[in-house]
Design a protein around this ligand. Structure first.
Ligand code: P71
Length: 471
């Protein structure tokens, strides 16, 4: 028998190995859940991974939102919370961090991203106005619609093709924006809703050039641009890697330049900024800020805490700085890519190129025999949980909801199951376990049937909808 030389992870992939730029100081034990327990839990959850108890989950890839591990410095910062009702010291630390790293003048904290979306939508959209955006996000579009806005998708066509290798699949199609402005008139455009690493497209980045050109276009018509900065640090990594002229620029400088092309931003700090809760809304215009500062007290809390404790703002200020460190972002995206490479090598259909925060499995190609009306991406999430206790999330027809006018399902082109990687939480060995589970589910795909929806709530139905298997 010939004995092969054991290979390190890097050697297997023909490169130098990389490792996480942190070591572990505290551990949280995982529970191994038996097959019988998983079967029972899945039925109780109506085949919806949002309705599983986390105690019944082994590796939780539902989301990267609020699930990251804080650093020793952030935890130390939590002890420095100034819990004064007004003017907390931690607010000023946060304000300073946002001004330093994102470059906007004025900021209000919010309890999380959708709190900021609510305030921006209510102040900046008049009923009947259009809101062009580079692909919808569920909560963002809902708040825009609740303010009377009409969302229009202006992302480049390549974004809707899970196999297209465009390096900046999150880019705005400038012609689509200009046509909309000309057709509807600039006064009927609320603002352009621009997002970094477009979540629903598979975590796909926007190029600096695209942001610069969008700014020039909007300036010609006097239209504002607001940025969803939720995963902007990750977007900056792709610019550094792929866009000429940025290879030697630090992540922080790239984020700052990108934001300079926009009029303000909203943030779910639960992603890039490495906290479990928190968000903010920042703008450069004083008059708008005055309105926001007033409205935040109605819905979130005083403008120096916005629904957060002082300690939360401190952790967010420190996390903001940590999120801009180049070695952190490189390892974060490197881990996602490692998983993506295994799946690609095994021929499992995933969205390419692999994005920043997650692997998006293309459920249409995974289950070609399951029609979209039988929820292939939801089915895949259920099957993965059954196989191994790994929790993922549907991002397809269930998430897309119904057309407000016709009441039909919205059938999005992308029918995806998202395996989202929390930051600084799981190791490369966990990624191996995930990859192997997905391979087993793929090998058994011919025996798998779709689902039927048996309960559907009115808003954001994917959170609470219930399903039954079709055979
Ligand atoms: C994600 C989430 C959290 C989530 C939200 C809705 C359904 C399922 C999961 C939240 C985002 C986001 C972007 C680009 C705004 C929000 C809202 N993402 N913009 O991906 O990704 O922020 O959750 O803090 O309110 O799992 P919020």
């Amino acid at each position: 028998m010939t004995q092969s030389t054991p290979q390190t992870m890097g050697q297997q992939f023909g490169r130098r190995s990389w490792a996480e730029p942190w070591k572990i100081k505290m551990v949280e034990p995982l529970r191994m859940v038996s097959r019988a327990e998983r079967e029972k839990a899945l039925v109780e959850a109506g085949y919806n991974t949002f309705l599983l108890r986390s105690d019944d989950v082994y590796i939780d890839l539902l989301t990267d939102s609020g699930t990251s591990a804080m650093s020793d410095r952030q935890w130390a910062g939590m002890m420095l919370g100034d819990e004064a009702y007004a003017g907390s010291r931690n607010f000023y630390h946060l304000e300073n961090a946002i001004q330093t790293y994102y470059g906007y003048r004025y900021m209000v904290p919010t309890h999380q991203g959708r709190g900021a979306e609510h305030l921006l939508s209510q102040t900046s959209i008049k009923p009947g106005q259009y809101v062009p955006g580079n692909m919808y996000f569920t909560t963002t579009r809902l708040h825009q619609e609740m303010a009377g806005g009409i969302f229009v998708d202006v992302i480049i066509d390549e974004a809707h093709d899970p196999a297209d290798m465009h390096p900046f699949k999150g880019n705005v199609d400038l012609a689509k924006v200009e046509t909309l402005i000309q057709e509807k008139g600039a006064a009927n455009i609320a603002y352009v809703s621009l997002a970094g690493t477009v979540n629903m497209a598979g975590g796909q980045p926007v190029s600096m050039e695209n942001a610069r050109q969008l700014r020039a276009l909007c300036d010609r018509y006097g239209v504002k641009i607001y940025l969803d900065a939720t995963r902007m640090a990750e977007n900056a990594y792709f610019i550094q890697e792929r866009e000429p002229g940025y290879a030697d620029k630090p992540i922080a400088a790239i984020v700052l330049e990108f934001c300079s092309y926009t009029d303000g931003a909203w943030m779910s700090a639960k992603k890039d900024s490495l906290v479990n809760i928190g968000g903010w809304l920042a703008v450069n215009d004083w008059d708008l800020f005055e309105e926001l500062r007033n409205l935040v007290v109605v819905f979130e809390g005083l403008h120096t805490y916005g629904g957060l404790a002082g300690r939360d703002m401190e952790a967010m200020a420190i996390g903001t700085a940590e999120s801009m460190q180049d070695d952190h972002i490189r390892a974060r995206i490197g881990q996602v890519r490692y998983l993506g490479q295994l799946l690609t090598d095994w021929g499992i259909p995933i969205v390419q190129p692999v994005g920043g925060h997650a692997i998006f499995v293309d459920a249409r190609r995974f289950y070609p025999h399951i029609p979209q009306s039988e929820f292939p991406a939801q089915t895949l999430a259920a099957e993965m949980y059954l196989d191994s206790g790994i929790r993922s999330m549907e991002r397809g027809v269930v998430s897309a909801g119904r057309n407000a006018k016709t009441g039909d399902h919205n059938y999005p082109k992308l029918e995806l199951t998202r395996l989202t990687i929390p930051r600084r939480v799981y190791t490369q060995a966990h990624m191996d376990v995930v990859a192997e589970s997905l391979k087993i589910v793929y090998d058994n795909r011919d025996q798998t049937h779709g689902l039927r929806m048996v309960y559907e709530p009115k808003y954001l139905r994917f959170f609470q909808a219930r399903f039954e298997p079709l055979a």
